[in-house]
Ligand binder design. Structure first.
Ligand SMILES: [Zn+2]
Length: 301
């Protein structure tokens, strides 16, 4: 199964790199894949991620100029990341996926959404690193898809809960007018979604004030919108972890760059790539990291 994830990841990696390059070169997303040197449309058999690069030994079939190594690396890294997504999301017993009920439908929706979000993280990572911008063409559609995901999963989880209560013998005594058990739990599920929305708004507001205070040095409007998107996609408390990890890794890299005299103090580095890294870690390992943190707090006190 991780192999399927890897293959899908290489395709998504190729797509993410091409999308980022097209934003830079201001080329339509609809144009077919082409060589960046001679602009010739690629043959279908040269479109296999990773393998085509290896078979062509990193050179264009037409003009024989070098294909950027970044293309190959993006495909390889995304292959590994999506393989991790598959491992972290899917059950160990594969035949379970084919059970047709709501929990397994939710699992499949989660898997698709995570692959989508990781691709968005990769596109923004590459684009912000190279151009220092986080394009609205990416964040706005991703916000809409994240919102649909949030609503869809909330409805499905609520419906599944109702369905399970109905199936219990005497289940009707858990429903109004006998008991508030069902309504309380559905209220809790809806509140979870409201928390995600709230976390997105609050995180974006925090970044907005950071920009006002620092007068736009280091961070920009793109980061505010990106953080809002991440709040919707990750929910609470994962968004807090993602931002925390982004600041830590950003500070470490900034100090290293200054130490090696690559940048001087006050010179800005784009923050989007760090948000992407923090978000990926929180998306896959958020629950584990937060659990570990809470347990270590309890031992400490
Ligand atoms: Zn070429």
């Amino acid at each position: 199964m991780w192999l399927l994830g890897f293959v899908l990841g290489t395709i998504l990696g190729s797509f993410a790199k091409a999308t980022s390059d097209r934003i830079q070169e201001k080329v339509s997303f609809k144009k077919r894949s082409y060589c960046q040197s001679c602009k010739k449309t690629l043959r279908w058999y040269d479109l296999f991620p990773v393998f085509s690069f290896l078979i062509l030994r990193g050179h264009c079939r037409f003009c024989h100029r070098k294909i950027p190594l970044g293309n190959f690396l993006a495909e390889l890294v995304m292959g590994i990341l999506i393989a991790l997504v598959f491992l972290a999301t899917l059950p160990t017993h594969l035949e379970q996926i084919f059970i047709a009920d709501i929990p397994h439908l939710l699992l499949l929706i989660d898997l698709l959404f995570r692959c989508f979000i990781v691709t968005v993280l990769a596109i923004i990572f590459l684009t912000d690193l190279k151009l220092g911008i986080i394009p609205d063409r990416i964040t706005y559609p991703a916000m809409i898809i994240s919102l649909i995901y949030l609503i869809l999963t909330t409805v499905l989880v609520s419906w599944n809960f109702y369905h399970e209560v109905v199936l219990i013998p005497f289940g009707k005594y858990l429903m109004p007018p006998y008991s508030a058990y069902l309504t309380d739990n559905i209220q809790r599920i809806v509140m979870d979604a409201a928390w995600s929305l709230g976390a997105a708004v609050i995180s974006a507001l925090v970044f907005f004030f950071l920009i006002v205070i620092t007068r736009g040095r280091g961070m920009g409007w793109g980061d505010v919108k990106y953080v809002f998107l991440l709040g919707l996609a990750l929910g609470y408390p994962n968004i807090v972890l993602a931002i925390f990890l982004a600041f830590i890794s950003g500070a470490v890299i900034a100090l290293l760059l200054m130490a090696f005299k690559k940048r001087h103090f006050g010179q800005t580095i784009p923050f989007g790539p760090f948000l992407s890294l923090g978000a990926f870690t929180a998306l896959l390992f958020g629950a584990k990291i937060i659990n570990w943190y809470i347990t270590s707090l309890k031992i400490g006190s």
